[in-house]
Each structure stands twice: as C-alpha cells, then as structure tokens.
Design a protein around this ligand. Structure first.
Ligand SMILES: Nc1ncnc2c1ncn2[C@@H]1O[C@H](COP(=O)(O)OP(=O)(O)O)[C@@H](O)[C@H]1O
Ligand SMILES: N[C@@H](CCC(=O)OP(=O)(O)O)C(=O)O
Length: 372
C-alpha cells in the first residue's frame, strides 16, 4: 500500500468583524474580493478552504442605522439576522466571479457538543468540500442564548478546524499579528513572530478587543490557537489588509504570528483522531495491507481491503481490522460505504472506471490513519 499523493491540505480562514466591515462602515467588498481571489488560488494549489466569517452584527447595525452596539440580546440577534444576509450575498457574489458556489453553514455550541450533530456537521462540511463548494461558517446568532454562545468566532473557527481536521487555522484581523502589548495602546510594541500555542506568556500579552466591533480581542485568538493545536493545526494570526497575505502563507512565508502545536502536527492530529470521532464502520484488510500499515506507515489503498461494513460517509471514522477481527487501525475514510464496497480489492487506477470519478487514490490517507 503506498498512496504517495499528499492528502489535500485544508485551511480554515477566519475573518474578523472590524476588518470585514471596514470598522463598521460597511462590508469591504474590495478586500473581500482580494481574499476570495487568493482563496481561489489556494484551491488551485490543492488547498481546501473553509471560511469563518464574522461581521453579521456589525453589518446588521450598519444596515439598521445603529451607531452603537445594542445591549439587549434580542437586538443583537436582530442585527445579526439582518447582517448575515449581507454577508452571505457578498461572499457568494465574490466567489461567483470565479464560477464557484458557496454554502452558508450556521453553527451553535450544541451542534458541536452533541455527538451526532457534531458528526453531521463534519459530514456536511467534508461533503461540501468534496463538491468544490466553499463553506462560509458563522455562529447561528439568532437562536443562541448567552449561556450557550461561542461568543466569538475565534473559538468557533478553532472548533471548525478540529471538526474538519484542518492543517492550518488562519485568523485575519485588523492588526499584523500578536504584539508584546496591545498596539492600540502601544504602537511601538514588537511583533511576536512565532511561539508555541501553549506558551503561557502569550496570555499575558494578549488583551481584549480594541475595536468595539469584534468580541474576542487577542485573548480569544490565542485560546483558539491552543484549541486548533489539539488536532494538529498551526495557527497564523495576521493582518487581512496586508496584500496577498494568504498567497504569502501558501508560498511558505510566515507573515504575522505563527502559533505551533506542541507535539508534531502529525502526532497531535493522530492523538486527536483517536479520541474524538466515533467509528462509523469497518474495513477488513488482507494480510499484506495489515503489514504495510504496521511496518511501513503506508496509506490504505482499496486493493488491500477485503470488505467494507457499516453505513459510513466520506470523511467519517472507520476501524481497520485484520481477517481475524483484530483492530489494527482507524482513520478517516475517503469514500462512503457504497463506494468502498465497489472498489474493495481493486487497484486505484480502476477507481475512475468503476465509480465514474476518483476522490483520492487511497481509501484512507496515512495522515488520517491511526495505527493502534
Ligand atoms: N497583544 C496584542 N497584539 C495585537 N492586538 C491586540 C493585543 N492585545 C489586544 N489586542 C487587540 O485585539 C484587537 C483584535 O481583536 P478583535 O477586535 O476582536 O478583532 P477581530 O474582529 O478581528 O476578531 C486588536 O485590534 C487589538 O486592539
Ligand atoms: N457571529 C458574530 C461574530 C462576532 C465576533 O466574534 O466577531 P469577531 O471577534 O470580530 O470575530 C457576527 O457575525 O457578528
């Protein structure tokens, strides 16, 4: 089993309110188009993109002619409902320039804490990515109550990064990154270029939101980096106004502040996978496949799979067993149960002819496989 192609990289890109709405003056359509152009280029390089877009409340306030953030939850929710229309219209039309379709995904805390809803949210997002659609995520502000709200989209973006097991979380904001002191108070403060996400000093330098529009400030961004690190994602906090910031990241440059997971991204992701997703089915492997998985750390190709059991969708967790029923590994599968049944024992070069399309040449890529 070799499967040497890299699994598609996956980035979650979060854009904050002040940045997106030009400090509350209205959606910055020029900047949005610039990010969209770069995201489309990322996709051309094999990087799947999920957008987490704030700005519903800020845009709703502007549309309703409110100059200060209302105190009552109901008014905030009303503003979010108005503003969300503007947000999704703007994203959809910017991506349409490139012939791409977007999808609105509104999530609440319950969606990510309940096991079944978590897996449904995951399947939907992974399916959308498989369909070449760009998901645009926000909190479902109109139905959340204070006790159950994420409150800030930094946390939501990190949980989405966990959900889709992203490689990278990019938080675009109105500052160039994390500074040693809030640059709104001290414009001379030096920029922190790189740190471990877990570094306790970060919590000391990070302050609240200085814009009055965003909710989180730097504290929630650092916490988000820690959450994202659990599933192996590195986080970049950078200025969304810096030209070509996403393209620079894709080119291997490090604009802004990079916050790294403690263990290698690979190990963190594997540990997280092992503990956080429910098994939805089983693949029975032949002896050769068992040996390649254990000894060579290879991907699982369909040719080494004898049979598929259970009702799993693409992107869900399945167990890999030997023919005596011993569990060897588990991992995120690239095909659903019907497709898997059709391609078992077949060479990857035959997938296209059998299914009429090919997602990936492996059933489970080694990056998404945990050997037990
Ligand atoms: N150490 C720090 N480095 C950079 N910005 C900081 C820091 N501490 C606090 N901030 C504030 O965080 C703000 C960004 O957070 P926020 O307004 O919530 O943005 P967003 O809307 O992008 O989520 C910055 O404008 C800045 O005033
Ligand atoms: N769901 C809210 C998100 C508010 C929020 O977290 O804003 P930010 O701190 O700018 O990312 C909205 O769309 O207004």
């Amino acid at each position: 089993m070799s499967g040497d192609n890299k699994a598609p990289a996956r980035w979650v890109i979060k854009i904050g309110s002040a940045l997106l709405t030009n400090n509350g003056q209205g959606l910055d359509l020029v900047l949005m188009q610039a990010w969209v152009d770069q995201m489309v280029a990322l996709r051309g390089q094999g990087i799947e993109v999920v957008v987490v877009s704030s700005g519903a409340v800020a845009e709703g306030m502007r549309r309703l002619g409110w100059s200060s953030r209302p105190a009552s939850v109901h008014e905030l929710q009303a503003a979010a409902a108005v503003g969300q229309m503007g947000l999704v219209q703007a994203w959809e039309s910017r991506f349409q320039v490139h012939g791409l379709v977007t999808a609105q995904v509104l999530l609440t805390h319950d969606d990510l804490s309940d096991r079944t809803r978590y897996l449904n949210a995951r399947s939907t997002l992974v399916t959308l990515l498989g369909l070449n659609v760009v998901p645009v995520v926000n909190e479902n502000d109109t139905v959340v109550t204070d006790e159950i709200r994420f409150g800030d989209n930094d946390t939501l973006a990190a949980l989405v990064a966990n959900l889709v097991v992203a490689d990278r979380l990019v938080i675009l904001t109105d500052q160039s990154g994390v500074f040693e002191r809030d640059p709104r108070q001290d414009p001379g403060a030096p920029l922190i270029r790189e740190a471990q996400a877990s570094d306790p000093r970060l919590m000391e330098v990070a302050g609240d939101s200085g814009s009055g529009l965003g909710r989180g400030g730097m504290i929630t961004k650092i916490r988000a980096a820690r959450l994202a690190a659990r599933s192996g994602a590195r986080t970049t906090i950078a200025s969304g106004r810096s030209p070509e910031v996403l393209a620079a990241l894709a080119a291997g440059e490090a604009p802004g502040t990079t916050l790294l997971p403690d263990t290698s991204a690979y190990n963190a992701r594997k540990q997280w996978l092992a503990g956080h997703l429910q098994m939805r089915g089983r693949l029975v492997l032949d002896d050769g496949a068992v040996q390649r998985l254990r000894e060579a750390g290879s991907s699982l190709l369909p040719v080494g799979v004898v049979s598929a059991h259970g009702q799993f969708s693409r992107g869900e967790m399945v167990a890999c067993e030997d023919q005596q029923g011993r569990r060897i590994a588990c991992g995120l599968v690239n095909y659903d149960h019907e497709e898997a049944a059709l391609i078992c024992r077949k060479k990857s070069s035959e997938i296209q002819a059998i299914l009429g399309y090919m997602n990936e040449e492996e059933l489970i890529h080694r990056d998404n496989l945990v050997i037990l």
